[in-house]
Ligand binder design. Structure first.
Ligand code: PEP
Ligand code: MG
Length: 337
């Protein structure tokens, strides 16, 4: 049987030539954390924190958050855990944030427009910090508390970054909270195209291909797919991923800190074995996916060398290989919250 058919995961992602690609898990609950640890993930590439906030009238307290985060961190001693700050809005509506926005709008003379005609293009992710700053600040405080006594290598990232100023502001908030490693999600074409600038203030990028695909192809991720318009295999999306990797190199070269800026992928694309090869070929160094996908992605990666992955990436960028029909099977999809 070919190695790609075997689905056991050895706990270490690498190409056939030995080139390392870290294989991490996407988790969105304590149960997912358990499954990821059992599956032998190398750590967590995306901890979605929305599960703690959904369907609640009020924000969970700092203590409640810290307790839940600490329990998850404890499952991954000496491994990276990338925790994402609240991604409220759009496909993840949160009543308490909407309420904060409404009161802010009511205070504002021009604030009559509260409901959004296009929520995916509105106040979501890091943008909610502009009208509810204390929600993010309290969350960072809770993360810092949980990280303090944890053996996990805790890193914090924020969703929906569009400008270098937002990235710098987030890095500042993370440092103020006493946390070490700030990163951004690259989910907008703007963040990808200007990655040299958006990655300058932070330590890492994690590409959210679910949103990046939605915003690049201008096709709502909440709709059923029509004709591959939700595929991260579109050359335009792959090209933005390549631009992010080059931007990270540029940010590294220009920084006085000499620190590396790593680029990972944590959207659905990472769970698709053929796309995983292309992503490795584009220079992505970690892939994060739902735990059941780890084995088959690891198996596929182990079949190709870096030179072969680069050739696959070049062909896909060129549009000469149609991979748009490649989608993760329903059993391992990870469509978020
Ligand atoms: C993404 O957009 O690809 C992502 C990983 O985040 P979410 O699916 O939670 O929006
Ligand atoms: Mg997203």
């Amino acid at each position: 049987a070919s190695r790609a058919e075997a689905s056991a995961f050895s706990g270490r992602g690498a190409l056939a030539c030995g080139h390392r690609v870290q294989l991490l898990a996407n988790i969105g609950s304590a149960a997912d954390a358990e499954a990821a640890a059992q599956a032998g993930a190398e750590g967590v590439g995306l901890l979605r924190t929305e599960f703690l906030f959904l369907d609640r009238a009020d924000e969970p307290s700092v203590e409640e958050q810290a307790e839940v985060y600490a329990a998850i961190f404890a499952r991954f001693p000496h491994q990276p855990v990338v925790i994402r700050t609240l991604d409220a809005g759009s496909d993840k509506p949160m009543p308490f944030i909407t309420a904060a926005q409404r009161s802010d709008a009511q205070r504002s003379a021009a604030g009559s427009q509260v409901s959004e005609p296009n929520p995916a293009l509105g106040m979501r992710g890091f943008r909610t910090h502009s009208f509810a700053p204390e929600v993010l600040e309290r969350q960072l405080q809770a993360i810092a508390q949980a990280a303090e006594h944890s053996e996990a290598e805790v890193k914090v990232m924020t969703p929906m970054i569009t400008t270098a100023e937002e990235a710098a502001r987030f890095a500042e908030l993370v440092a103020d909270a006493g946390l070490q490693s700030a990163g951004i999600m690259v989910e907008t074409p703007a963040a990808a195209l200007c990655a040299g600038a958006t990655l300058a203030p932070v330590a890492f990028a994690s590409i959210g291909t679910n949103d990046l695909t939605q915003y690049t192809l201008a096709f709502d991720r909440e709709l059923p797919d029509y004709g591959g318009l939700q595929s991260a295999a579109h050359p335009a999306v792959l090209s933005l991923i390549g631009a992010t990797v080059r931007g990270a190199e540029q940010a590294e070269a220009q920084a006085d800190d000499g620190a590396q800026r790593t680029v990972g992928v944590c959207g659905e694309a990472a769970a698709d074995p053929r796309l995983a090869v292309i992503l490795a070929g584009l220079g992505v160094t970690s892939l994060s996916m739902s735990a059941p996908a780890l084995g088959r992605v690891a198996a596929q990666l182990s079949e190709v060398t870096l030179a072969e992955a680069r050739a696959a990436a070049a062909a896909a960028l060129d549009g000469s290989v149609v991979t748009a029909a490649v989608a993760a099977p329903a059993a391992v999809t990870d469509s978020g919250t």
